[in-house]
Design a protein around this ligand. Structure first.
Ligand code: GDP
Ligand code: IMO
Ligand code: MG
Length: 424
């Protein structure tokens, strides 16, 4: 059987335009699944001018007949999920029979969001989205997390909620907000939410493998990006999951032997939201201009994104650890009016030139980027459909990136709408 199961990952610090590309590619797949993260993600989709930002539901939902799965590796805030479902239903989308949620996904409870905010109020903050992601994974790995499958045994579920709340109020004794919670109302609220979404739950590790066995093609939608990966990213300035392609297997139950390719999404420049090192960050007018033209504000929190030139040292690192087989370059149009465009090809560290990415953030703070300069294309990319008809300066930029990372750029996104795409 010739399945086509692909993982799609962000290759930078998130917000590369994954939502747009997943939506565009969905017509070639039967199933789209999220495998990690939660409502910290904000994936923007624009179809004929109508914009939707998805946080938990896979970006394939706007394509007819696509089955959407939220896998076991995600952490789910039921409140956020219900508002997203309601939003889509208001738009006329029927989700029953199309949306499946893993019973093994962990639940984000109100105390996780409170703890996220407490941690962020301290001096060594990460700049999280305050959606409770880190604290929920903290409970998961400490083996006291609560999964949707805990609804199979209400007595044990109630005991777990009470025990966790007691434990957490002991660790954070100064929090009035935590003290104001009580286990009964936490359970009552949660069970009310569960009743609203009960029909979507499944053992999705079986479902996804059954669909593959029937010959269906699966697209695994990464959230965040490689440089935010808990293992490979700029730790501790990371998210608490594995957005890299390996996470797609543990986060859904798809075996590695069933993955046929990895699509990497890269912006034509770099952005980052939150704290942490960013060697090619721009503090000059170029940075401001990218932010303005690219409308670089977080889709989840509305925070301004930090902007800089494309960093090929970081990109090659991300391509390597993800096993990227093809690239999609997004937001190329944002650079349309720049006379000079730079890319970082090396770092200087303590007088030495290096081309490897030091993931230690304190080392990364001290690297000096070495740039190669390109002549801008100074023409509108949007509206073009043929790669061969594009301006030569733009094509030289793409050629250089392809050669540097040794992976072809297959898709070029020239605007936010589903239709703004060139297939090379
Ligand atoms: P994601 O988290 O990776 O899905 O990306 P976001 O949705 O958070 O951020 C990407 C932003 O860029 C959104 O506002 C998109 O509508 C927009 N976008 C995506 N592709 C393009 C593009 O090629 N050109 C422009 N100008 N905007 C784009
Ligand atoms: P998408 O899927 C950009 C960042 C936060 C913070 C760090 C940890 O839209 O690309 P967390 O709330 O996850 O504990 O925050 O990770 N972050 C993102 N940045 N895009 C995202 O998702 C992000 N999700 C988390 O800003 O620096
Ligand atoms: Mg985003």
């Amino acid at each position: 059987m010739n399945n086509k199961n692909y993982v799609l990952v962000g290759l930078q610090w998130g917000d590369e335009g994954k939502g747009k590309i997943v939506d565009m590619l969905s017509r070639d797949f039967d199933v789209v699944a999220r495998y990690q993260g939660g409502a910290n993600a904000g994936h923007t989709i624009i179809i004929n001018g109508k914009k939707t930002v998805l946080h938990l539901i896979p970006s394939g939902i706007f394509t007819d007949n696509i089955i959407c799965i939220i896998g076991n590796g995600t952490v789910i805030d039921p409140e956020a999920l219900i508002s997203e479902i309601e939003l889509l239903e208001k738009d006329g989308l029927a989700l029953t029979g199309r949306l499946f949620i893993s019973k093994d996904a962990h639940i984000i409870l109100p105390y996780h969001k409170i703890i996220d905010a407490i941690n962020e109020s301290k001096n060594d903050k990460i700049g999280t989205t305050k959606k409770g992601i880190g604290p929920a994974y903290f409970d998961k790995y400490a083996r006291r997390g609560i999964k949707f499958s805990d609804f199979d045994n209400i007595r044990i579920l109630k005991e777990k909620i009470a025990k966790n709340l007691k434990y957490l109020t002991e660790i954070f004794p100064d929090s009035e907000e935590l003290k104001s919670l009580n286990p009964e109302s936490l359970y009552n609220d949660l069970s009310g939410q569960y009743a609203k979404i009960d029909m979507y739950f499944a053992q999705t590790q079986y479902l996804i493998n059954e669909l593959i066995a029937e010959g269906r093609n699966v697209l695994l939608e990464g959230a965040q990006g490689a440089l935010l990966d808990v293992d490979f990213g700029t730790y501790p300035y990371i998210t608490s999951s594995n957005p890299t392609s390996g996470g797609a297997c543990t986060g859904t139950g798809i075996p590695p032997t069933k993955i046929n390719g990895v699509i990497g999404i890269v912006k034509a420049y770099t952005t980052r939201v939150g704290e942490g090192p960013f060697p090619t960050e721009l503090f000059d007018d170029n940075g401001k201009k990218i932010a303005e033209i690219g409308a670089e504000f977080g889709a989840t929190t509305g925070r301004p994104r930090r902007c800089g030139w494309l960093d090929l040292v970081a990109l090659k690192y991300a391509v390597t650890i993800n096993g990227v087989t093809e690239l999609a370059m997004t937001k190329s149009d944002v650079l349309d009016s720049f006379e000079e465009i730079k890319v970082c090809t090396h770092y200087e560290l303590n007088g030495e030139v290096i081309d490897t990415f030091p993931s230690n953030p304190f080392t990364l703070d001290y690297v000096n980027p070495v740039y190669k300069s390109f002549k801008g294309w100074m023409t509108d990319l949007k509206g073009n459909k043929e790669y061969s008809s594009l301006n030569q300066n733009f094509r030289s930029y793409v050629d250089f990136i392809e050669k540097y990372v040794n992976v072809p750029v297959k898709y070029i996104s020239t605007g936010p709408d589903r239709a703004d795409i060139i297939i090379k």
